[in-house]
Write a protein of this length. Structure first.
Length: 252
């Protein structure tokens, strides 16, 4: 069942403010590895629990391969036709409202680092975390929220950069193991179990001719790529430099 709860509810073994199943439309859960985990659906404005579905309300719903998960409403959009669209983020993202002012993780494994990060937040919370990563590493985090520390792959002193891993979120508990799931030998093949795929070709960055910058002693103003257009070329930046009589060019 899909149920809604008050924003400050702490016990989720009952049906809360009510069951949404009789009127809910197109409920879909999206999860990206080490990325967003959201629940989206539509609901009639005039239906029984329509007045309950406002930002901050908690939704409990079934999720594949996990127990029922909690999501907190972040957006409610009304549209013509008497329906509203609801977008809710996993309860894990409550940590984004917290702050790690300054903590220095020194020579700790994945589990040790997670415990220190969660213990260094400005406000107390219910979240716990584990990891099977036994590699020790160091990182200093200053004025960052726990979500960006753990999931921002571009953060040099973040968890993914220093320890790595793949996150599994289970309400107020999450794991950051070296790899999520297990290799069971399953293969996806064309004409066997592949039902379709989508492919995108992007030629917007192809470069077949460049204009170097330097002293005006080149025999021609441009240089053409020796590789045919069918083979994608990466864009190159030519450094401004004083050219020799051999007209040599240096790339960077």
């Amino acid at each position: 069942m899909i149920c809604c709860f008050a924003r400050d509810e702490t016990v989720f073994t009952h049906n809360g403010l009510g069951v949404l199943d009789p009127h809910i439309i197109r409920p879909v859960v999206y999860e990206e590895l080490n990325g967003l985990f959201t629940f989206e659906f539509e609901y009639p404005i005039q239906a029984k629990h329509g007045n309950h579905l406002v930002p901050e309300i908690i939704i409990r719903c079934p999720v594949p391969n996990l127990p029922d998960q909690l999501f907190r409403i972040s957006e409610r959009n009304k549209a013509t036709g008497g329906r509203m669209q609801i977008i809710a983020h996993h309860i894990f993202y409550d940590l984004a409202k917290n702050l790690v002012e300054d903590t220095f993780v020194v020579n700790k494994t994945g589990s040790g680092a997670l415990a220190q990060i969660l213990g260094a937040t400005q406000f107390s919370h219910k979240f716990t975390a584990t990891s099977n990563n036994l590699n020790a590493n160091n990182a200093r985090m200053v004025r960052l929220n726990p979500v960006e520390i753990m999931l921002d792959a571009g953060l040099d002193n973040g968890y993914l950069s220093r320890w790595g891993g793949e996150m599994v979120r289970n309400n107020f508990t999450f794991t950051m193991n070296i790899a999520r799931g297990s290799n069971n030998g399953v293969q996806i093949r064309d004409k066997k179990n592949l039902t379709g795929y989508k492919s995108n070709l992007d030629y917007s960055t192809i470069v077949t001719r460049v204009m170097p910058q330097g002293l005006p002693i080149l025999p021609s103003r441009t240089r053409k790529s020796p590789t045919p257009l069918s083979k994608t070329q990466k864009s190159r930046t030519w450094t401004r430099q004083k050219l020799t009589r051999g007209h040599s060019l240096r790339t960077e």
